[in-house]
Design a protein around this ligand. Structure first.
Ligand SMILES: [Zn+2]
Length: 203
């Protein structure tokens, strides 16, 4: 089994420094392949921006040091997220922006940094036209999909708890949106996964 470890921006507390020390240790384990979720969330928490940025930067430093990619969470905070990722020290970091809901212009900046972009069930929601536009724009060799379960259940399972097997609905949706075939899409997203997380393709 493979893991990622991180302190989510919505789970910060007064023990951040101790937790970060523990994180650094844990991240060195061989089966930990990524750092995250980390990032910024100004939708649910606006009051502790400084603390969020501090913890995010610490994840970036660990990610560079260990050469393990970042899984970045960003909500109503894309500008700060991008500027922190662009700081000198983070020039060499790699990763993915997960459950992306931004427009084409932010997507461009993310792609320019060499990051991948992942879409969740949000793409199937009625009011997600802007996100669908972005999803049409992303080169397929930089795109991944996820459920983010138990949240963000895709159509047609709205109202139920989300689960990993519902990934198929997100895949179906993107295949139609991009007018490509499923075999090609699964092959390329698998390749992207192995490349991003620096794993050997077991096929
Ligand atoms: Zn998240």
């Amino acid at each position: 089994m493979l893991f990622s470890c991180g302190i989510h921006p919505l789970y910060l507390d007064k023990n951040n420094k101790i937790n970060l020390k523990f994180l650094k240790k844990l991240a060195q384990e061989n089966d930990v392949i990524a750092l995250g979720e980390t990032g910024l969330d100004y939708y649910y928490q606006k009051k502790n921006k400084k603390e969020q940025k501090y913890v995010f930067r610490k994840h970036i430093q660990t990610s560079i040091k260990l050469n393990k990619p970042l899984i970045v969470h960003t909500r109503e905070s894309i500008d700060d997220t991008l500027s922190i990722l662009k700081e000198t020290e983070s020039k060499t970091c790699k990763g993915i922006i997960h459950s992306f809901t931004g427009n084409i212009s932010s997507a461009k900046k993310i792609l320019d940094m060499g990051f991948y972009i992942s879409f969740s069930g949000i793409i199937t929601f009625k009011n997600a036209d802007e996100i669908r536009k972005t999803a049409k724009y992303i080169p397929l060799d930089r795109l991944l999909i996820e459920t983010d379960s138990p949240y963000l259940t895709p159509v047609p399972k709205r109202g139920k708890e989300n689960q990993p097997s519902y990934l198929k609905y997100i895949a179906d949706y993107i295949v139609k949106l991009r007018k490509i075939n499923m075999e090609y899409f699964t092959e390329i997203t698998q390749k992207n996964f192995y490349k991003l997380f620096q794993l050997k393709d077991k096929k």
